[in-house]
Design a protein around this ligand. Sequence first.
Ligand code: LLP
Length: 415
Amino acid sequence: MEIGGMKADVLAKQYGTPLAVYDENRLRDRLREFTEYFRSGSFETTVIYASKAFNCKEMIRLISDYGCSLDVVSGGELYTAVSAGYDCAKVFFHGNNKTPAEIRMALEAGVGTIVIDNPMEAAELVKQIHGTDHKVNVFLRVNPGIEAHTHKYIVTAHVDSKFGFSLVDKEEIFETVKMLKAEENIDVEGLHAHIGSQIFEDKAYEELIRKMFAFAHELKNIAEIRSVNLGGGFAAYYTAADKRISVRSICRTILETCEEENEEIDGQIKRILIEPGRSIVAEAGYNLYTVGWIKKTPNRLYAFVDGGMSDNIRPALYQAKYDAVIAGKEYLPTIHTYTIAGKCCESGDILIDSIDLPEVKTGDILVMKTTGAYGYSMASHYNKQALPAVVFVRDGEAREVIERETYEHMISLEK
Ligand code: LLP
């Protein structure tokens, strides 16, 4: 089992476990694919990396090398971008409850675009920016009421969603746009929507594009809406039950549908944006664990590992499925069905409910695949587990991009 040209067990020995490892060339390949294929002769196109999937300074430097814009949803993500030296003019600041302090921080950092989520937030932005030297572009996050097939916690665009302006109440949108437009430091550029995550069907995006273009046209007499941001949600390949999506075909479907719809509205839209997060980082990421005790119960054979829901909460929270191998035993025949359980004090701390593997022994290195999205970024200190180190590997060389947390770090703020 090699990652970026290095053996997984060598990485585990060198950096310890649990360990998050990224194959840097796979990250680069995905960034290259998105930036190459999301181009059109008819529109200006922008690929925004949704950094909630994995936000750290080195990742932000990497996406910057490919000319990508950056989605942040909190002061913390913005702070990381600023610390990485990222050009804040290319930041899109999202979130349903940006605090007044975060709005101030965004304006002071020179954030280029704020995605407005609700009328009260719009009023706060107007209040803060009025009479200052700051300028900002604004997108309105709308909620088109499309439910893509995905887990209920990660569906974001049903009518009662906490995110965005529901298209059911258009009057509210009209009033908010008017309020924003009246402020000379604000340019109301476009509409935004994000319909959910781990979406396999192109049809969901086609329906979204139709709704967004039609609504952009409806707003024509109130504001010059010239950009449409279609959000992220493109699926990653976790297990053999998933389809592999092609970035090229997704980009083509999106851009062709946009071209068709734009004809209907006399070419009003000039710029299309997408916001992939998971599809850029998920498949490049691996979590490495050391196997501890093996335990047999009447109906299960457990292999315990030295991490768990504290470094990857997705199986417990969304019943997310993962594939794994034992380093050095990839080609041995599978002989038992194992349950891979973490070490947290919680019965639900099961990383893989059922997986066929060769004989697993204490001290083996278990490599979980496709862990690069929403793993480290959703990690917690439950049971005071220290956060793992994160390593990028490329062409046989590894470098630590986030150090392993120590117990001293962990209690450093405690009085
Ligand atoms: N843009 C917006 C406004 C979003 O809310 C999101 C994700 C994205 C882009 C990126 O979506 P992606 O391409 O990564 O699917 N913790 C969950 C996923 C939550 C996603 C929230 N928003 C999980 O682990 O599956």
